[in-house]
Design a protein around this ligand. Structure first.
Ligand code: GLN
Length: 454
Protein backbone atom coordinates (compact mmCIF):
# COMPACT_ATOMS: atom_id res chain seq x y z
CA UNK A 1 0.00 0.00 0.00
CA UNK A 2 2.87 2.39 0.67
CA UNK A 3 4.18 1.62 -2.82
CA UNK A 4 0.77 2.31 -4.29
CA UNK A 5 0.57 5.60 -2.40
CA UNK A 6 3.99 6.57 -3.79
CA UNK A 7 2.77 5.66 -7.27
CA UNK A 8 -0.58 7.46 -7.41
CA UNK A 9 -1.03 9.88 -4.54
CA UNK A 10 0.75 12.84 -6.11
CA UNK A 11 -2.18 12.79 -8.50
CA UNK A 12 -5.10 11.48 -6.37
CA UNK A 13 -4.05 13.44 -3.24
CA UNK A 14 -6.01 11.28 -0.82
CA UNK A 15 -3.40 11.80 1.90
CA UNK A 16 -2.30 14.94 3.72
CA UNK A 17 0.35 13.03 5.64
CA UNK A 18 1.87 9.57 5.15
CA UNK A 19 3.66 7.87 8.02
CA UNK A 20 5.56 5.05 6.31
CA UNK A 21 7.88 4.44 9.27
CA UNK A 22 5.07 4.34 11.83
CA UNK A 23 2.94 2.03 9.67
CA UNK A 24 5.83 -0.35 9.00
CA UNK A 25 6.78 -0.41 12.68
CA UNK A 26 3.20 -1.27 13.66
CA UNK A 27 3.08 -4.01 11.01
CA UNK A 28 6.42 -5.41 12.21
CA UNK A 29 5.16 -5.55 15.79
CA UNK A 30 2.24 -7.70 14.63
CA UNK A 31 4.58 -9.93 12.58
CA UNK A 32 6.95 -10.42 15.50
CA UNK A 33 4.15 -11.22 17.90
CA UNK A 34 2.69 -13.82 15.52
CA UNK A 35 6.15 -15.29 14.81
CA UNK A 36 6.63 -15.64 18.56
CA UNK A 37 3.44 -17.71 18.77
CA UNK A 38 1.20 -14.82 19.95
CA UNK A 39 -2.49 -14.53 19.09
CA UNK A 40 -3.54 -11.72 16.71
CA UNK A 41 -4.91 -8.82 18.78
CA UNK A 42 -7.88 -8.52 16.38
CA UNK A 43 -9.23 -9.84 13.08
CA UNK A 44 -7.60 -6.83 11.45
CA UNK A 45 -4.14 -7.07 13.06
CA UNK A 46 -1.61 -6.07 10.40
CA UNK A 47 -4.20 -4.73 7.94
CA UNK A 48 -3.34 -1.08 7.19
CA UNK A 49 -5.76 1.82 7.29
CA UNK A 50 -6.13 5.45 6.23
CA UNK A 51 -7.39 7.81 8.97
CA UNK A 52 -9.38 10.96 8.28
CA UNK A 53 -7.37 13.96 9.44
CA UNK A 54 -10.01 14.97 11.96
CA UNK A 55 -9.03 12.30 14.54
CA UNK A 56 -6.18 13.25 16.84
CA UNK A 57 -2.93 11.32 16.54
CA UNK A 58 -0.09 11.88 18.98
CA UNK A 59 2.57 10.97 16.40
CA UNK A 60 1.21 12.72 13.29
CA UNK A 61 -0.22 16.16 12.55
CA UNK A 62 -4.00 16.62 12.76
CA UNK A 63 -5.02 19.50 10.52
CA UNK A 64 -8.75 19.00 9.79
CA UNK A 65 -7.87 20.36 6.35
CA UNK A 66 -7.38 23.81 7.87
CA UNK A 67 -4.54 26.35 7.90
CA UNK A 68 -5.49 26.98 11.51
CA UNK A 69 -4.13 23.57 12.49
CA UNK A 70 -1.36 23.24 9.89
CA UNK A 71 1.48 21.16 11.41
CA UNK A 72 -0.34 20.81 14.74
CA UNK A 73 0.59 17.55 16.46
CA UNK A 74 -1.94 16.83 19.22
CA UNK A 75 -0.76 15.76 22.67
CA UNK A 76 -3.14 12.77 22.72
CA UNK A 77 -4.74 10.02 20.62
CA UNK A 78 -8.47 9.95 19.85
CA UNK A 79 -10.25 6.88 21.25
CA UNK A 80 -10.66 5.61 17.67
CA UNK A 81 -6.91 6.02 17.10
CA UNK A 82 -6.14 4.20 20.34
CA UNK A 83 -8.48 1.33 19.49
CA UNK A 84 -6.88 0.97 16.04
CA UNK A 85 -3.42 0.82 17.58
CA UNK A 86 -4.55 -1.73 20.17
CA UNK A 87 -6.07 -3.85 17.40
CA UNK A 88 -2.70 -3.90 15.59
CA UNK A 89 -3.97 -1.84 12.65
CA UNK A 90 -1.07 0.09 11.07
CA UNK A 91 -2.08 3.68 10.29
CA UNK A 92 -0.74 4.60 6.85
CA UNK A 93 -1.45 8.29 7.27
CA UNK A 94 -4.06 11.01 7.51
CA UNK A 95 -6.55 11.66 4.73
CA UNK A 96 -7.65 14.86 3.06
CA UNK A 97 -11.00 16.44 3.90
CA UNK A 98 -13.04 19.59 3.54
CA UNK A 99 -11.95 22.07 6.18
CA UNK A 100 -13.39 20.98 9.55
CA UNK A 101 -15.56 18.48 7.61
CA UNK A 102 -17.66 21.23 6.01
CA UNK A 103 -18.30 20.38 2.39
CA UNK A 104 -19.20 17.68 -0.11
CA UNK A 105 -16.20 17.61 -2.45
CA UNK A 106 -12.91 18.06 -0.48
CA UNK A 107 -12.47 21.29 -2.43
CA UNK A 108 -12.77 23.18 0.86
CA UNK A 109 -9.49 21.64 2.06
CA UNK A 110 -6.84 24.31 2.61
CA UNK A 111 -4.32 21.91 1.08
CA UNK A 112 -5.90 21.31 -2.33
CA UNK A 113 -8.63 18.89 -3.41
CA UNK A 114 -8.57 15.10 -3.69
CA UNK A 115 -9.34 13.69 -7.13
CA UNK A 116 -11.80 10.89 -7.79
CA UNK A 117 -9.85 7.79 -8.92
CA UNK A 118 -12.67 6.92 -11.36
CA UNK A 119 -12.22 10.21 -13.21
CA UNK A 120 -9.54 12.52 -11.94
CA UNK A 121 -11.37 15.60 -13.23
CA UNK A 122 -14.16 14.86 -10.79
CA UNK A 123 -14.57 15.22 -7.03
CA UNK A 124 -14.45 12.20 -4.69
CA UNK A 125 -17.25 13.63 -2.57
CA UNK A 126 -16.77 15.10 0.86
CA UNK A 127 -16.01 15.86 3.45
CA UNK A 128 -14.22 12.52 3.71
CA UNK A 129 -13.16 12.40 0.06
CA UNK A 130 -9.60 11.45 0.98
CA UNK A 131 -10.66 8.36 2.93
CA UNK A 132 -12.98 7.02 0.21
CA UNK A 133 -10.59 7.90 -2.63
CA UNK A 134 -7.77 6.03 -0.86
CA UNK A 135 -9.94 2.89 -1.01
CA UNK A 136 -11.01 3.37 -4.62
CA UNK A 137 -7.38 3.98 -5.65
CA UNK A 138 -6.23 0.85 -3.76
CA UNK A 139 -3.94 2.94 -1.56
CA UNK A 140 -5.57 1.44 1.55
CA UNK A 141 -7.95 -1.46 2.16
CA UNK A 142 -9.68 0.25 5.09
CA UNK A 143 -10.34 3.84 6.13
CA UNK A 144 -12.09 5.85 8.79
CA UNK A 145 -14.44 8.73 8.09
CA UNK A 146 -16.87 10.96 9.95
CA UNK A 147 -20.44 11.61 8.99
CA UNK A 148 -22.23 14.75 10.20
CA UNK A 149 -24.59 15.09 7.25
CA UNK A 150 -23.29 12.46 4.84
CA UNK A 151 -19.50 12.74 4.82
CA UNK A 152 -18.94 8.98 4.98
CA UNK A 153 -21.84 7.84 2.79
CA UNK A 154 -21.71 10.45 0.01
CA UNK A 155 -17.96 9.95 -0.74
CA UNK A 156 -18.52 6.17 -0.56
CA UNK A 157 -21.32 6.44 -3.13
CA UNK A 158 -19.38 8.52 -5.65
CA UNK A 159 -16.20 6.42 -5.37
CA UNK A 160 -17.91 3.01 -5.58
CA UNK A 161 -16.97 2.00 -2.03
CA UNK A 162 -18.77 1.12 1.22
CA UNK A 163 -19.30 3.66 3.99
CA UNK A 164 -21.20 3.35 7.25
CA UNK A 165 -22.53 5.95 9.66
CA UNK A 166 -23.12 3.98 12.85
CA UNK A 167 -25.88 4.88 15.28
CA UNK A 168 -25.06 8.21 16.93
CA UNK A 169 -23.05 7.41 20.06
CA UNK A 170 -21.88 4.04 18.72
CA UNK A 171 -18.31 5.19 18.04
CA UNK A 172 -16.56 7.52 20.48
CA UNK A 173 -16.14 11.18 19.54
CA UNK A 174 -13.28 11.66 22.01
CA UNK A 175 -10.45 13.16 19.95
CA UNK A 176 -12.69 13.68 16.91
CA UNK A 177 -12.35 17.43 16.35
CA UNK A 178 -15.91 18.70 16.70
CA UNK A 179 -17.90 20.27 13.87
CA UNK A 180 -21.50 19.70 14.98
CA UNK A 181 -21.42 17.64 18.16
CA UNK A 182 -25.01 16.39 18.10
CA UNK A 183 -24.55 15.04 14.56
CA UNK A 184 -20.85 14.02 14.20
CA UNK A 185 -20.26 10.30 14.05
CA UNK A 186 -17.11 8.36 13.13
CA UNK A 187 -17.47 5.19 11.11
CA UNK A 188 -15.85 2.59 8.87
CA UNK A 189 -15.06 2.86 5.15
CA UNK A 190 -14.03 -0.20 3.12
CA UNK A 191 -14.40 -1.91 -0.24
CA UNK A 192 -16.70 -4.66 1.04
CA UNK A 193 -19.47 -4.81 3.63
CA UNK A 194 -17.69 -7.53 5.63
CA UNK A 195 -14.49 -5.45 5.80
CA UNK A 196 -16.55 -2.51 7.07
CA UNK A 197 -18.13 -4.77 9.70
CA UNK A 198 -14.75 -6.00 10.94
CA UNK A 199 -13.58 -2.40 11.27
CA UNK A 200 -16.84 -1.33 12.89
CA UNK A 201 -16.31 -3.84 15.70
CA UNK A 202 -12.74 -2.58 16.25
CA UNK A 203 -13.68 1.10 16.65
CA UNK A 204 -17.13 0.91 18.31
CA UNK A 205 -18.05 0.58 21.96
CA UNK A 206 -18.72 2.58 25.08
CA UNK A 207 -16.22 5.28 26.03
CA UNK A 208 -16.48 7.11 29.35
CA UNK A 209 -14.52 9.99 27.74
CA UNK A 210 -17.48 10.81 25.45
CA UNK A 211 -20.63 11.77 27.33
CA UNK A 212 -22.86 10.82 24.38
CA UNK A 213 -21.29 7.40 23.91
CA UNK A 214 -23.82 4.54 24.18
CA UNK A 215 -23.24 2.22 27.13
CA UNK A 216 -24.46 -0.96 25.46
CA UNK A 217 -22.88 -3.93 23.68
CA UNK A 218 -21.67 -3.26 20.11
CA UNK A 219 -24.27 -4.48 17.57
CA UNK A 220 -23.23 -7.88 16.11
CA UNK A 221 -22.33 -6.47 12.70
CA UNK A 222 -19.76 -9.09 11.62
CA UNK A 223 -22.21 -11.91 12.27
CA UNK A 224 -24.88 -10.01 10.34
CA UNK A 225 -22.55 -9.42 7.37
CA UNK A 226 -21.69 -13.12 7.21
CA UNK A 227 -25.35 -14.06 7.43
CA UNK A 228 -26.24 -11.54 4.73
CA UNK A 229 -23.52 -12.87 2.44
CA UNK A 230 -25.57 -16.05 2.05
CA UNK A 231 -27.87 -13.92 -0.09
CA UNK A 232 -31.23 -14.68 1.48
CA UNK A 233 -33.41 -11.76 2.58
CA UNK A 234 -36.59 -13.78 3.10
CA UNK A 235 -38.65 -12.18 5.87
CA UNK A 236 -36.90 -8.79 5.62
CA UNK A 237 -39.18 -5.83 4.95
CA UNK A 238 -37.60 -3.02 2.96
CA UNK A 239 -39.22 0.41 2.72
CA UNK A 240 -38.59 2.64 -0.28
CA UNK A 241 -38.74 6.26 0.89
CA UNK A 242 -41.01 8.12 -1.52
CA UNK A 243 -39.51 11.53 -0.68
CA UNK A 244 -35.93 10.44 -1.46
CA UNK A 245 -36.14 9.97 -5.21
CA UNK A 246 -37.69 11.64 -8.22
CA UNK A 247 -37.16 15.35 -8.76
CA UNK A 248 -33.54 16.46 -8.37
CA UNK A 249 -32.15 12.94 -8.88
CA UNK A 250 -30.29 12.08 -12.10
CA UNK A 251 -31.94 9.57 -14.43
CA UNK A 252 -28.94 7.21 -14.19
CA UNK A 253 -29.08 7.31 -10.40
CA UNK A 254 -32.81 6.52 -10.40
CA UNK A 255 -32.35 3.67 -12.89
CA UNK A 256 -29.63 2.17 -10.70
CA UNK A 257 -31.90 2.54 -7.66
CA UNK A 258 -34.82 0.81 -9.38
CA UNK A 259 -32.50 -2.05 -10.32
CA UNK A 260 -31.28 -2.24 -6.71
CA UNK A 261 -34.83 -2.50 -5.40
CA UNK A 262 -35.60 -5.23 -7.93
CA UNK A 263 -32.49 -7.10 -6.80
CA UNK A 264 -33.54 -6.85 -3.13
CA UNK A 265 -36.89 -8.33 -4.12
CA UNK A 266 -35.11 -11.18 -5.96
CA UNK A 267 -33.14 -11.88 -2.78
CA UNK A 268 -36.44 -12.48 -0.99
CA UNK A 269 -37.10 -9.10 0.63
CA UNK A 270 -40.60 -7.73 0.75
CA UNK A 271 -40.67 -4.22 -0.72
CA UNK A 272 -43.15 -1.55 0.35
CA UNK A 273 -43.34 2.17 -0.34
CA UNK A 274 -43.08 4.37 2.72
CA UNK A 275 -43.69 8.09 3.09
CA UNK A 276 -41.56 10.27 5.37
CA UNK A 277 -43.11 13.68 4.65
CA UNK A 278 -40.78 15.72 6.87
CA UNK A 279 -37.60 14.49 5.16
CA UNK A 280 -38.08 17.30 2.63
CA UNK A 281 -37.21 19.78 5.39
CA UNK A 282 -34.08 17.93 6.47
CA UNK A 283 -31.63 19.97 4.43
CA UNK A 284 -32.98 23.31 5.71
CA UNK A 285 -32.96 22.14 9.32
CA UNK A 286 -29.45 20.73 8.98
CA UNK A 287 -28.08 23.99 7.57
CA UNK A 288 -29.28 25.80 10.70
CA UNK A 289 -28.32 23.20 13.31
CA UNK A 290 -24.89 22.27 11.93
CA UNK A 291 -23.67 25.89 11.47
CA UNK A 292 -25.07 26.82 14.91
CA UNK A 293 -23.07 24.09 16.61
CA UNK A 294 -20.05 24.86 14.42
CA UNK A 295 -20.07 28.54 15.42
CA UNK A 296 -19.87 27.46 19.05
CA UNK A 297 -17.35 24.62 18.58
CA UNK A 298 -14.96 26.65 16.45
CA UNK A 299 -14.76 29.43 19.03
CA UNK A 300 -11.93 27.40 20.60
CA UNK A 301 -9.60 28.32 17.73
CA UNK A 302 -8.65 31.62 19.29
CA UNK A 303 -4.88 31.52 18.58
CA UNK A 304 -4.16 31.69 22.30
CA UNK A 305 -3.36 28.08 23.17
CA UNK A 306 -2.50 26.33 19.93
CA UNK A 307 -2.92 26.65 16.19
CA UNK A 308 -2.11 29.47 13.82
CA UNK A 309 -1.28 32.83 15.41
CA UNK A 310 -0.64 35.97 13.35
CA UNK A 311 -0.09 39.68 14.23
CA UNK A 312 1.74 38.41 17.30
CA UNK A 313 4.24 41.29 17.30
CA UNK A 314 3.40 42.94 20.59
CA UNK A 315 1.67 45.87 18.87
CA UNK A 316 -1.74 44.22 18.79
CA UNK A 317 -4.31 43.49 21.47
CA UNK A 318 -5.42 39.93 22.25
CA UNK A 319 -8.69 40.59 20.38
CA UNK A 320 -6.76 41.83 17.32
CA UNK A 321 -4.54 38.72 17.37
CA UNK A 322 -7.61 36.46 17.63
CA UNK A 323 -9.42 38.24 14.87
CA UNK A 324 -6.44 38.34 12.50
CA UNK A 325 -5.61 34.69 13.19
CA UNK A 326 -9.17 33.54 12.50
CA UNK A 327 -9.27 35.69 9.36
CA UNK A 328 -6.04 34.06 8.11
CA UNK A 329 -6.71 30.53 9.39
CA UNK A 330 -10.27 29.79 8.23
CA UNK A 331 -11.41 29.37 4.63
CA UNK A 332 -14.57 30.89 3.12
CA UNK A 333 -16.96 27.99 3.84
CA UNK A 334 -15.97 27.83 7.50
CA UNK A 335 -16.45 31.59 7.83
CA UNK A 336 -19.82 31.38 6.09
CA UNK A 337 -20.99 28.76 8.57
CA UNK A 338 -19.71 30.62 11.62
CA UNK A 339 -21.64 33.68 10.45
CA UNK A 340 -24.79 31.68 9.67
CA UNK A 341 -24.64 29.88 13.01
CA UNK A 342 -23.94 32.98 15.05
CA UNK A 343 -26.90 34.66 13.39
CA UNK A 344 -29.25 31.70 13.93
CA UNK A 345 -28.32 31.55 17.61
CA UNK A 346 -28.53 35.26 18.33
CA UNK A 347 -31.25 36.59 20.58
CA UNK A 348 -34.30 37.63 18.61
CA UNK A 349 -33.61 35.02 15.91
CA UNK A 350 -32.99 31.91 18.01
CA UNK A 351 -36.64 30.80 18.17
CA UNK A 352 -37.33 31.51 14.51
CA UNK A 353 -34.28 29.65 13.22
CA UNK A 354 -32.51 27.33 15.64
CA UNK A 355 -35.69 26.56 17.61
CA UNK A 356 -37.69 25.78 14.46
CA UNK A 357 -34.90 23.61 13.09
CA UNK A 358 -34.90 21.57 16.31
CA UNK A 359 -38.65 21.04 15.97
CA UNK A 360 -38.19 19.81 12.40
CA UNK A 361 -35.52 17.48 13.71
CA UNK A 362 -38.07 15.91 16.06
CA UNK A 363 -40.58 15.54 13.21
CA UNK A 364 -37.99 13.73 11.11
CA UNK A 365 -37.19 11.38 13.99
CA UNK A 366 -40.94 10.66 14.27
CA UNK A 367 -41.14 9.90 10.53
CA UNK A 368 -38.40 7.32 11.05
CA UNK A 369 -40.15 5.82 14.07
CA UNK A 370 -43.41 5.48 12.13
CA UNK A 371 -41.60 3.98 9.12
CA UNK A 372 -39.75 1.43 11.24
CA UNK A 373 -43.06 0.24 12.65
CA UNK A 374 -43.77 -1.02 9.13
CA UNK A 375 -40.35 -2.10 7.82
CA UNK A 376 -36.93 -3.35 8.97
CA UNK A 377 -34.81 -1.03 6.82
CA UNK A 378 -35.38 1.93 4.52
CA UNK A 379 -33.61 2.44 1.20
CA UNK A 380 -32.94 5.34 -1.17
CA UNK A 381 -30.23 6.48 -3.55
CA UNK A 382 -27.32 7.75 -1.39
CA UNK A 383 -26.82 10.87 -3.51
CA UNK A 384 -28.91 12.69 -6.13
CA UNK A 385 -26.05 12.68 -8.65
CA UNK A 386 -22.83 10.88 -9.45
CA UNK A 387 -19.47 12.60 -8.88
CA UNK A 388 -19.55 16.14 -10.22
CA UNK A 389 -16.66 17.96 -11.87
CA UNK A 390 -13.96 19.70 -9.87
CA UNK A 391 -14.84 23.38 -9.66
CA UNK A 392 -18.44 22.87 -10.80
CA UNK A 393 -20.06 23.81 -7.47
CA UNK A 394 -17.36 25.75 -5.61
CA UNK A 395 -19.01 29.11 -6.21
CA UNK A 396 -22.51 27.84 -5.44
CA UNK A 397 -22.83 26.73 -1.81
CA UNK A 398 -26.50 25.81 -2.22
CA UNK A 399 -25.72 23.42 -5.09
CA UNK A 400 -22.97 21.90 -2.94
CA UNK A 401 -25.38 21.45 -0.02
CA UNK A 402 -27.79 19.45 -2.21
CA UNK A 403 -25.34 16.54 -2.35
CA UNK A 404 -26.56 15.51 1.13
CA UNK A 405 -30.28 15.63 0.45
CA UNK A 406 -30.77 11.92 1.12
CA UNK A 407 -28.16 11.36 3.82
CA UNK A 408 -29.05 14.15 6.28
CA UNK A 409 -32.27 12.67 7.76
CA UNK A 410 -30.34 9.78 9.38
CA UNK A 411 -27.95 12.25 11.06
CA UNK A 412 -30.76 14.41 12.39
CA UNK A 413 -32.47 11.37 13.91
CA UNK A 414 -29.27 9.63 15.06
CA UNK A 415 -30.01 6.47 13.06
CA UNK A 416 -27.57 4.05 11.47
CA UNK A 417 -27.08 4.20 7.70
CA UNK A 418 -24.83 2.72 5.03
CA UNK A 419 -23.93 3.34 1.42
CA UNK A 420 -23.12 0.27 -0.64
CA UNK A 421 -22.02 0.29 -4.31
CA UNK A 422 -24.93 -0.06 -6.70
CA UNK A 423 -23.23 -0.33 -10.07
CA UNK A 424 -22.43 2.38 -12.60
CA UNK A 425 -24.77 5.04 -13.92
CA UNK A 426 -26.05 4.69 -17.49
CA UNK A 427 -25.59 8.46 -17.83
CA UNK A 428 -21.84 8.69 -17.32
CA UNK A 429 -20.44 5.31 -16.27
CA UNK A 430 -19.68 6.60 -12.76
CA UNK A 431 -20.43 4.78 -9.48
CA UNK A 432 -23.82 5.05 -7.78
CA UNK A 433 -24.57 4.21 -4.14
CA UNK A 434 -27.55 2.51 -2.53
CA UNK A 435 -28.37 3.93 0.90
CA UNK A 436 -29.72 1.57 3.56
CA UNK A 437 -31.06 3.05 6.81
CA UNK A 438 -31.83 1.23 10.06
CA UNK A 439 -33.22 2.29 13.44
CA UNK A 440 -30.78 3.51 16.09
CA UNK A 441 -29.02 0.59 17.80
CA UNK A 442 -29.92 -1.79 14.94
CA UNK A 443 -26.74 -1.27 12.87
CA UNK A 444 -26.57 -5.02 12.19
CA UNK A 445 -29.57 -4.74 9.84
CA UNK A 446 -27.50 -2.56 7.49
CA UNK A 447 -24.82 -5.20 7.30
CA UNK A 448 -27.20 -8.06 6.70
CA UNK A 449 -28.98 -6.30 3.86
CA UNK A 450 -25.78 -4.66 2.49
CA UNK A 451 -23.85 -7.94 2.39
CA UNK A 452 -26.74 -9.73 0.68
CA UNK A 453 -26.99 -6.96 -1.90
CA UNK A 454 -23.32 -6.36 -2.79
N1 GLN B 1 -21.67 18.03 3.27
C1 GLN B 1 -22.24 18.27 4.56
C2 GLN B 1 -21.75 19.58 5.09
O1 GLN B 1 -21.10 20.25 4.38
C3 GLN B 1 -21.92 17.13 5.48
C4 GLN B 1 -20.57 17.19 6.04
C5 GLN B 1 -20.25 16.08 6.98
O2 GLN B 1 -20.97 15.08 7.07
N2 GLN B 1 -19.19 16.28 7.72
O3 GLN B 1 -21.99 19.95 6.20
Amino acid sequence: HLDRIAEVDSDVHAFLHVDADGALAAARTVDESLAGGGEPTSALAGVPLALKDVFTTSDMPTTCGSRTLENWVPPYDATVTRKLREAGVPILGKTNMDEFAMGSSTENSAFGPTRNPWDRERVPGGSGGGSSASLAAFEAPLAIGTDTGGSIRQPAAVTGTVGVKPTYGGVSRYGLVAFSSSLDQGGPCARTVLDAALLHEVIAGHDPLDSTSIDMPVPPVVRAAREGARGDLTGVKVGVVRELSGEGYQAGVLASFDAAVARLRELGAEIVEVSCPNFSYGLSAYYLIAPSECSSNLARFDAMRYGLRVSDDGDHSAEEVMSASREAGFGPEVKRRIMLGTYALSSGYYDAYYGSAQKVRTLIARDFTAAFEQVDVLVSPTTPTTAFRLGERVDDPLAMYLADLATIPANLAGNAAMSVPSGLSDDDGLPVGLQIMAPALADERLYRVGAAYE
